[in-house]
Design a protein around this ligand. Sequence first.
Ligand code: NAP
Length: 295
Amino acid sequence: MSDERKFERIAIIGIGLIGSSLAHAVKRHDLAGEIVIAEKSQEALDTAMRLGLADRGTLSIPSAVRGADLVMVCTPVGAFAEVGQVMQDHLSPGAIVSDVGSVKQSVVRDLGPCIPEGVHFVPGHPIAGTEHSGPEAGFAELFEGRWCILTPPPGTDRDAIERIASLWRTCGMMIEVMDAGHHDQVLAVTSHLPHLIAFTIVGTATDLGEHIQQEVIKFAASGFRDFTRIAASDPTMWRDIFLNNREALLEVCGRMSEDIAQLQRAIRWGEGEKIEALIRRTREIRRKLIDAKQA
Ligand code: NAP
């Protein structure tokens, strides 16, 4: 990225896994003259400042966004309406407001009305993460080789979209632009449903009798272990994702319940061919993911 495209001041609101990873990447690639962070808790702010993630840190969102030419909202999506209301009167003309939220229609709903005339709004979702949270969890390489979906509302300034795309490209991401509703449907299948399943499976195992529970932990084969990793994700973040992508998530849950019923039936009636055909199909999907370097 050439120097004249560099942001003068990036304000990052919420310095958890994604906010801190962004701060690391911005520093590594010299994408901003100054990084300012706003946090809710003094403890997280102190940790972030100790890690050298920002030039300035504050508990005041207005103070962080004042004079920033890019504001990146990195809090759980349930906090977006409040963040938008608090910052709206303090945004600089010509600034870009973007975000990293895992749901996009609710972000457009909650943050969109808070964007004043003359400020650009480019919602985004870097599809990269781990089960860890907080400012110590971040690292610059998190975004490398992964997709970032941008969902700019119709009529968004093209230059603003390109500047956000360019920022994420420099962090190592590939860019796709789509409608917010379509994003939410796709992510309900690829991310939100798998998390819902992981929370359910691990919850079910926890509800088993104590004797079996101990055996489950002792002999956890890789299948169950993989689910426990996903199920260790942040409760606030996932509560907010489920509640803010309710419609699309309930739709895919319904579809999955039907498919489980079909598989149950095939098992009950000893229909080996049906079972094998399903697993062959899903195995092929795994192979395609590996070929696309997304596994
Ligand atoms: P995280 O590690 O829990 O960090 C969120 C941070 O935001 C926390 O430090 C939290 O502080 C702070 N915060 C909450 N409300 C705030 C407010 N009103 N003002 C200022 N700071 C506030 O979560 P994360 O994993 O970075 O996720 C952040 C966003 O990225 C979410 O919208 C999520 O959907 C999205 N995302 C996550 C992933 C992933 O895999 N983790 C991937 C892509 C996108 P407290 O701890 O004090 O509450």
